[in-house]
Design a binder for this molecule. Structure first.
Ligand SMILES: Nc1ncnc2c1ncn2[C@@H]1O[C@@H]2COP(=O)(O)O[C@H]2[C@H]1O
Length: 783
């Protein structure tokens, strides 16, 4: 799985730039991408939404999204291409392979092995339907369907007659995994030549003893070189950004390229000269021209590896060893040929030392010289002096280069840490200067700790800032998809809805005990819990109404204007929400939410339905409060100090007719109307009346003393009913006025727009009749 995790983002599990689909990932990575990608309708982003939606559809699976029209369409698009022109048998085979590919998750990744129908004439003039790759689900990721050729199937027809059964041919994707592994094999063959050719040339003594082994190894590496040429013949290339898979084109392309000549040069058969000059490995030096393949392999590995610094260090050490090796061999060649005139300049036991020891002595000498450690045997002749000086100078340069490389590696290892530390230091300095209380300072530092532990990056947005919006959005979707799929409102919704939302999410992190929102505040955002635990608490801050965990969301009631504080104040928070520990949340602004809901009304209905359910919990408590609370501001309502739920104010089913006697003490009704006491002051008797009514009912008629109470209760009940009626009428009037004013407002808006358009038209040199008609139509529709 080499391609996986090739993004420099912690959270991405499967990288698939080629296929456009990034694998699902753990949380944390690329949070910032969301913001950037979701930031207001950049045109490029808008344009990319469709492909994103399609990608989402494919990722979520057509079964799950089967309910929604949009997803059904996308799902059909995904499979439709593969069904176009295949016989049922081959279609079955295609489906089976497609299943395999999708099961392994590799199809969009590499497109390594694909099959497409193919005609013998396709190379010259491919028939239109052959431009579809019927297996590759590229419709899902928006890439060209034929561009990832791998294993291509030839179901060959000529003149409408089946000429031969289907057979297979190979086309390798240069960006695919197979190509990568193959280049690794070729690189190994090159490394063999790099180390061995010069060694055998310098220490020819080994040839006689191990000739067969060397022959076998040499010709095996030559065989790999040859296979590489054949491989190149079947490797696709990009033409106008589209991968070419046509065999004739591939052949022509390769044979017209420099690579072909270099590959041929590598295999120059100078081995025939063995017959005249004997077995001499220097005749194989052309094999080293293959170094371009090795460099390409190293480049790609460095780009894709998850451990670039480890890789860089290893390759640096390898290069050093190779340089020492070649230098040592060169030194031995000079020494052997008595190049500088003085015998035993370096080796004192040349006669007795075996080949390996001589090699090691040469290597040691070169290591001392090239690492500028010195302590070399003193040169004697002029030639030796020049040689040593040259070696030391070269060593100096090499040393400087190595140091530079090492410094780079060390710097890049700690860049993230340093940046993070710099930010933390800045905040700490600020808090110290502003004398922020110690407990708050500690809290801030702990917040940084948590951020580092969980995300290892202080600015995730920056980490992906160089990517185009489309890629950022894809990453955001993949990184956060798992969380979002858990959210109730997002389950079984259209893929597009989720996609639209994910582009607008913004990550935030809260510390333990932080209040995310407080009851009564104006709601401007809603939140989705990515990680952590939160509590919805009552007024006292202690009563826990609900506990929210990963996948929950809150804050939607106020942004949907469904709050309990009435129509005017419906945008107030209905409860406070507190973070228990550290909480990773996604914030969605009210405007963004409404923008999305406008396009997805079904989602809005779901959201509102859930909000209503949540509100039901409040219904009982707020009712008593509302009933009692309103009385302070609304004349005509009864005020009480007791807390009696409205239901308890109901009358018993059959109240007894109150016997009225003139001798009775003044009834409650009399009290009510005779006294100057305002009706507002009589709430308590209501309660007592209710209870006395109940007791009199229980007592089966009661005496004259209790007869006045039920009557008073009935009267007060009538008062309440009339008040409710009056309020209802008032509400109706207000709503009607409201509607009238809205209509008036839109009328005025329309007029202003109209006027502006006219002015624009005048500026642009007059208006056309058609636009006037259109305006007229708009006006009608608005009215
Ligand atoms: N019983 C509940 N269960 C879950 N969430 C709730 C409950 N009551 C209120 N909330 C959430 O707490 C949020 C507080 O702000 P809002 O009123 O905007 O939206 C509220 C709901 O999303």
């Amino acid at each position: 799985m080499y391609y996986q995790r090739k993004f420099p983002l912690g959270g991405v599990k499967q990288g698939a730039l080629e296929g456009g689909a990034l694998g699902g990932g753990g949380g944390g990575g690329a949070l910032g991408a969301l913001r950037a990608a979701g930031s207001p309708p950049a045109p490029s982003l808008g344009a990319s939404r469709h492909s994103l939606i399609e990608m989402m559809t494919c990722r979520l699976g057509s079964r799950r999204l089967g309910g929604s029209r949009g997803s059904l369409q996308a799902g059909t698009t995904c499979s439709a291409a593969s069904e176009l022109d295949l016989s049922s048998r081959s279609r079955r085979a295609h489906k089976a392979r497609l299943k395999l590919l999708s099961a392994s998750g590799e199809a969009p990744l590499l497109g390594g092995w694909r099959s497409t129908p193919h005609t013998p004439h396709a190379s010259a003039t491919p028939a239109p339907h052959h431009s579809h790759n019927h297996l590759a689900p590229q419709h899902c990721n928006g890439t060209d369907s034929g561009s990832r050729g791998g294993l291509r199937r030839r179901s060959t027809y000529a003149s409408g007659r089946l000429r031969s059964g289907p057979h297979w041919s190979f086309v390798f994707d240069p960006a695919g995994r197979l190509c990568y592994y193959w280049s690794m094999v070729v690189s190994l063959a090159f490394l063999y030549n790099l180390w061995v050719i010069v060694y055998r040339f310098a220490f020819q003594e080994i040839n006689g003893e191990t000739l067969i082994v060397w022959f076998c190894l040499d010709y095996f590496s030559d065989f790999l070189y040859l296979a590489d040429i054949l491989f190149h013949f079947r490797t696709g290339y990009l033409e106008d950004g589209v991968l070419q898979t046509d065999a004739a084109k591939l052949r022509a392309h390769y044979m017209n390229s420099t690579t072909f000549y270099i590959d041929c040069l590598c295999l120059l058969p100078l081995d025939f000269l063995y017959l005249s000059i004997g077995f001499n490995s220097i005749l194989r030096s052309f094999r080293l021209v293959k170094i371009y393949r090795f460099w390409a392999f190293m480049d790609r590995t460095e780009r894709h590896t998850n451990y670039p610094n480890l890789f860089r260090s290893t390759s640096l050490i390898h290069y050093l060893l190779v340089i020492f090796h070649w230098n040592g061999c060169l030194y031995h060649i000079i020494y052997k040929n008595n190049g500088f005139g003085s015998k035993n300049w370096v080796y004192h036991d040349t006669e007795t030392a075996d080949v390996v020891k001589q090699y090691l002595q040469s290597y040691y000498w070169c290591t001392l010289a090239l690492t500028t450690i010195g302590d070399l045997p003193r040169p004697r002749s002029k030639g030796e002096y020049v040689f040593v000086i040259a070696q030391l100078l070269f060593g100096l340069l090499l040393f400087a280069t190595v140091l530079g490389h090492v410094a780079n590696i060390v710097t890049s290892v700690s860049t993230a840490r340093k940046e993070f530390q710099a930010k933390l230091d800045g905040v700490k300095t600020y808090m110290r200067m502003r004398r922020v209380p110690t407990h708050l300072q500690v809290k801030v530092i702990k917040w940084f700790d948590y951020l580092w532990l969980t995300q290892k990056c202080s600015d995730e947005e920056k980490a992906v800032s160089c990517l185009p919006d489309k890629l950022k959005a894809e990453i955001a979707i993949n990184v956060h998809l798992d969380t979002l799929k858990r959210v109730e409102i997002f389950q079984n919704t259209e893929a597009g809805f989720l996609c639209e939302l994910v582009l607008r999410l913004r990550p935030v992190l809260f510390s333990p005990g932080d209040y995310i929102c407080r009851k009564g505040e104006v709601g401007k955002e809603m939140y989705i819990v990515n990680r952590g635990k939160l509590q919805v608490v009552g007024d006292n801050g202690k009563t826990v109404l609900a506990t929210l965990k990963a996948g929950s969301y809150f804050g939607e009631i106020s942004i949907l204007n469904m709050g309990t504080a009435g129509k005017q104040l419906g945008n107030r928070r209905t409860a406070s929400v507190r973070s228990v520990g550290y909480s990773d949340l996604f914030v969605l602004s009210k405007k963004d939410m409404w923008d999305v809901l406008k396009e997805y009304p079904a989602a809005r209905v779901r959201l509102e339905a859930i909000a209503v359910k949540r509100l039901e919990k409040y219904k009982k408590a707020p009712l008593e409060k509302v009933a009692m609370g309103r009385c302070q501001s609304t004349p005509g309502l009864v005020e009480t100090s007791g807390r009696i739920p409205i239901e308890e104010m109901q009358l018993p089913a059959a109240p007894l007719p109150p016997p009225l006697h003139s001798s009775h003490p003044p009834s409650y009704r009399d009290q009510l109307y005779s006294s100057s006491v305002s009706p507002l002051r009589v709430a308590s008797p209501v309660a007592s009346c209710a209870s006395s009514a109940r007791s009199s009912a229980a007592g089966g008629g009661g005496g004259g003393a209790g007869g006045g109470a039920p009557r008073a209760f009935i009267d007060s009940h009538e008062v309440l009913e009339s008040e409710i009626k009056r309020l209802r009428e008032r509400l109706y009037t207000v709503e009607t006025e409201n509607a009238a004013m809205s209509a008036k407002l839109s009328q005025q808006q329309w007029e202003v727009d109209q006027r502006l358009q006219e002015i624009e038209m005048q500026i642009c040199g007059g208006s056309s009749l058609s636009s006037q008609e259109e305006n007229e139509r708009n006006r009608e529709s608005i009215i």
